[in-house]
Design a protein around this ligand. Sequence first.
Ligand code: NAD
Length: 427
Amino acid sequence: MRITIIGSGYVGTTIAACFAELGHEVTAIDIDEAVVETLNDGRAPITEPGLDELLEKHIGNHLTATTSYDAVPESDVTFLAIGTPSNENGSIELTGLEAAAEATGDALADKSDRHLVIIKSTVTPPSIGAVLEPVVSKGANGNDAIEVGMNPEFLREGSAVSDFLNPDKLVFGTRSAWATDRLHDVFEPLIGTESSVVETDPETAAMIKYANNAFFASKISLVNDLGNICKEFGLDAYEVMDAIGLDDRISDRFLRSGVGWGGSCFPKDVNAIIAAARKEGYDPAVLEAAVAVNDRQPRRMLELLTSHVALEDARIAVLGLSFKPDTDDIRNSRAIPVVQSLLDQGVELAAYDPVAADEMAALFPTIEYADSAGDALFESDGALILTDWDEFSDLESEFDAMATPVVIDGRRCINRRDGIIYEGLTW
Ligand code: NAD
């Protein structure tokens, strides 16, 4: 099929490369010329395992990148993969997506064949009928050959390509059998025994995405809450969670307690569904508690640090800046409140991350960014481990070069325990 994808960020680039891999003819459209240039060089504008290889393979033949919407009417289906960031009150900011939706409609104003516009971005259920469908229609001068649907994305950064190509489920939210059939055509190579297809309306599809992320975020916050209690009792939360994970009603996934969830999705999506529920007059108490526990975890790490190190004139190493390993994404990384708090207290910081230092430097330009974990640890008075990058598990003798070897591990990824003062956040 001929597919246009509007927005070439984490989601747009991944799905563009993967659709080309599945045999479709794909045009990736982004307003950012630098992004388009990078894509046309066969490179991803973001760090994501396997993505560069797919782009290199398909760019120039099954995949083209451009800033122009001209390819939209020539395609069969258009996916909108524009960011929907948080406003101050937690609600989602739709301006960027609205602009892209209107421009897509505009490009389709004269198309007589039916065309499907699929929202890939995460949006609240009411925003589809109240905002996005009218905006597409307005751009298209009311052309009723255009139908809007919702196909939420469940890929995770760090394993986006493999997640997209091996989905647990595909959710098709449409208003007609024709649109559902088109989505079957698009995803046909992925629809097998391993993945379930859920056919529903666009609003339910949008809610499934929020319910999914709200469930995960709340599960982790519950595990972190229980982990904090374990720590207070002098117990190892991981031993407790290994046991409860044996219950198949709970499962052993997402039971690793630590410094909490971040990234571009969980915080934004949980806050957005809280804000949308409040707008309807409902107070979502469990979700609010999940956010409160998450906000508390970085503070608990700092409390553990200050129980061993006087921060005045101290040099502290911060290892791990991305919100999780295998990505350079620092959006809502737990490292941000930690770095901010230490800076507010006048602490000298040496930060290290294998890929996310440049992103963090844009936010905190004054701190030292070391070339290796060893360099960050050298002569430091304490270390905070905020991302479980694989290479941190190999750190051994590097801790001996610290001025005082105090290690506060927020991810349970440090193997060395002897000869250092080691504190796990929940163990
Ligand atoms: P992103 O910010 O990385 O990318 C958005 C891209 O859209 C940018 O490259 C930007 O230049 C481009 N853009 C903005 N306005 C445009 C316009 N008018 N025309 C063309 N391009 C335009 O966003 P993302 O992380 O890929 O997220 C996209 C959506 O997918 C969000 O709603 C997000 O919640 C959802 N989502 C994200 C993930 C994830 O892991 N990142 C997973 C599932 C769902």
